[in-house]
Design a protein around this ligand. Structure first.
Ligand code: 13P
Length: 335
């Protein structure tokens, strides 16, 4: 595996492959386990994540990298092999979530700022020793037009933090995934999502430029341009593809090697169909792939339900979604 940032980034968006986001914080994974009636113990979290990483064929053919949480990057498989080595044996690259979560932005009700810059240089050095070659930092931008959310200050503060994080990553030999997530939870329409995402991406690339970040050694992890869930309207894959691609042409430099979408609460199949529609629209300056959490894991979590006898079924469910999304990166998925 190359140690050059550009080559790591290129491998993260290799043809037909995408990223498995398995970096749920302890609070988030507990919510996921609650839904399947599984107690969130360190051992259960290990067993669940190990079954994903040991889905060898899907991992080798469809998954370029795995985003881990701090606990997981230090954990061993049941047979004592570090999980990082299990991942590397499939050819996938281990990555690590390094932000400390979104906190309320002082004096701006409804806005959040992602924390985690203090001490980040030392943490990145340790994660590099543990095997991580890329990292993730997620900024959260909610939309509530009546409440004037997001404010310009929230967008600027989050993009500045993303740029400081990205520079520290590159200094440590780690490729930063920059994730400014405009949430799809609100009641806004697709054009409002377009406008807010445009403001965020415009600011993000100005900040990355100012911080001297090498764009060739970064991956963008954005939301798709899509109507809010509470709008009562579901955007069609064609509409999502058209507006998302238009926005990227306007805002994302061609030096960026790849764009790996979050699923953000879309259903499994919706996330696949939307990615497929973008890749079916023809050649783009960047690879367009997935960095899905829920859209890859909802099915295997349900199939597993915490039972050892369901491991094969859970692996089959995960492998199926990974294959469908791999096809979508090529524009070859069919419902
Ligand atoms: P979802 O695909 O579930 O949105 O998660 C991706 C992720 O890593 C969000 O930060």
């Amino acid at each position: 595996m190359s140690e050059r940032l550009e080559e790591i980034a290129a491998a993260m968006v290799a043809e037909g492959k995408g990223i498995l986001a398995a970096d749920e914080s302890s609070g988030t994974i507990k919510k996921r386990f609650d839904a399947i009636n599984v107690e969130s113990t360190a051992e259960n979290r290990r067993d669940y994540r190990e079954l994903l990483f040991r889905s060898t064929e899907a991992m080798s053919n469809c998954i370029s990298g795995v985003i881990l949480y701090d606990e997981t990057i230090r954990q061993n498989a049941a047979d004592g092999t570090p999980l990082v080595e299990v991942i590397k044996a499939t050819g996938a690259i281990p990555g690590i979530k390094v932000d400390a979560g979104a906190k309320p932005l002082a004096l701006y009700p409804g806005d959040t700022i992602t924390e985690g810059l203090d001490g980040l240089r030392d943490r990145l050095a340790e994660y590099h020793r543990l095997g991580a070659r890329f990292a993730k930092w997620r900024a959260v931008i909610d939309i509530d037009i009546a409440a004037r959310v997001p404010s310009a200050v929230a967008i600027a503060s989050n993009c500045h933090a993303l740029a400081r994080y990205a520079a520290l990553c590159q200094e440590a030999g780690i490729v930063p995934i920059v994730e400014p997530e405009v949430l799809m939870d609100g009641g806004h329409d697709i054009d409002t999502c377009y406008e807010v995402t445009k403001a965020a991406l415009t600011k993000l690339y100005a900040e990355l430029f100012g911080a001297r970040v090498l764009l060739e050694g970064t991956i963008l992890k954005p939301n798709m341009v899509i109507a809010g869930k509470k709008s009562g309207r579901q955007s069609s894959p064609e509409e999502v593809a058209e507006k998302t691609l238009k926005l990227f042409r306007e805002t994302v430099p061609v030096a960026v090697p790849g764009i790996a979408f979050l699923s953000g609460g879309q259903s499994d199949e919706e996330a696949t169909a939307n990615l497929n529609a973008m890749n079916a629209a023809g050649q783009q300056p960047w690879r367009l792939t997935f960095s899905y959490g829920r859209a890859l894991q909802a099915a295997p979590q349900k199939a597993w339900a915490g039972m050892a006898e369901n491991v094969a079924a859970a692996q089959a469910a995960f492998s199926h979604r990974a294959r469908m999304n791999s096809l979508a990166t090529l524009g070859q998925w069919r419902p």
